[in-house]
Design a protein around this ligand. Sequence first.
Ligand code: UD1
Ligand code: CA
Length: 457
Amino acid sequence: MLKLNVVILAAGAGKRMHSSLPKVLHMLAGRPLLTHVINTARKLSPNKICVVIGHGGETIRQTIIGDDLTWVIQEQQLGTGHALMQALSQLSDDGLTLILYGDVPLVSVQTLRQLLVVADGKNCAVLSTVIENPFGYGRIVRDIETGAVTAIVEQKDASAGQQDIHEINTGIMLLPNVYLHEWLPTIKNENTQHEYYLTDIIEMAVKNGVYVASSQAESFWEVIGVNNKLQLAELARHFQKYCANKLLDEGVSLIDPLRIDIRGELICGSDVEIDINCIFEGTVKLGNHVQVGAHCILRNVTVAAGSIIHPYSMVEDAEIGENCKIGPYARIRPGTRLASEVQIGNFVEVKNSQIGVGSKTNHLSYIGDSCVGKNVNIGAGTITCNYDGANKHTTIIEDDVFIGSDTQLVAPVKISKGSTIGAGTTITKETPANQLTLSRSKQVSIVGWRRPSKIKK
Ligand code: UD1
Ligand code: CA
């Protein structure tokens, strides 16, 4: 089996981001730029992944976790060749090394596999692309007769003729380790920028009769680097459009593919419908015929078949059963599990609670740390008082309970099967099954009482 090493160049402060955060930690689609690159690298099952970091390195190491990562420090940024040199002792004697950039987050695994194919275990291989405005990039110089790559010339070192070349170096390349060990230490910084250019390796390869293969990315945005917030925002939109098109292709109905944000993984059954401006974070699974209304936020959620999430609802770390109706304006917090046919209405907050089949809480309530049975109706404004100022306590509501509006259930407490609670009640003790329980002061009327009137000056 061919040994594959990956080196991700991620040193450099990213000054043009105007941020205290290292550039490669800026987020795209819910993940740091560097995480995208690492995840893609992992899909190639390499023997080793080295990440070269410089400025802000500690923050990067604390943020990006992975036992499979080898961190390499480049104290001073003296060029891409110098950066790779810092990782040289980590690279195996044979096999190939893939160079990726921490600020080029969206290169696809298919594109990299294609590069591996053309490298054929022994060639150098560069990933290039043709762009309208090549200014600032290294140009791919080819032999006029054979078309073979002969060099990469940086913008600042390019002749007028070379500046007209529109085929550019994306920076991503595959290099045989034997040559890296031999040639990399000999690279010099005798160029306009006084940097150690990794791209000088290409000319060395040609001189030594090593073939330099090339391939191109499937989509142009795969090889776009992020240097400022505008580029980051534009790249994020390209990626979201790609995700939306993929969902449409799989049969998901998106009311407007330009107004959806997927910051993780969205897995959909058949006939799923998603209205505008929804955000999906972490892993979200939507079963067949699920509908998500406009402006919803779903984070690490499973929604079973036939359920409807009405607009402006937020659901987080929860499981929603079949044929539930949620919202509008519902907030479902972590640890919530709803059985089937449950209804959670507007301005209802549910936290760390289980709710049984067919139960309803439709208006203005807080249900926290509760276990609610089947076929329960919880009236408007009902509150579980789960917190005594120091500890959280549990509320148990058994099957077939009916709770009148504006009731407080002071936990720990149990509402037994079939209980009815009168409106406006404060419950502090377990209620008996199948009885009406209420706490309410007697209603009085004052004869002859008058409303105060405004005093005239
Ligand atoms: C590099 C390529 C150029 C290519 C372009 C694509 C070289 C000499 N040039 O140019 O051919 O068209 O990328 O975007 O390789 N880095 C380090 N340490 C350093 C220098 C850079 O880790 O000392 C990292 C940066 O964080 C960045 C990447 O390497 O992720 C590229 O560096 P950058 O300085 O942007 O290279 P360019 O001059 O753009
Ligand atoms: Ca660059």
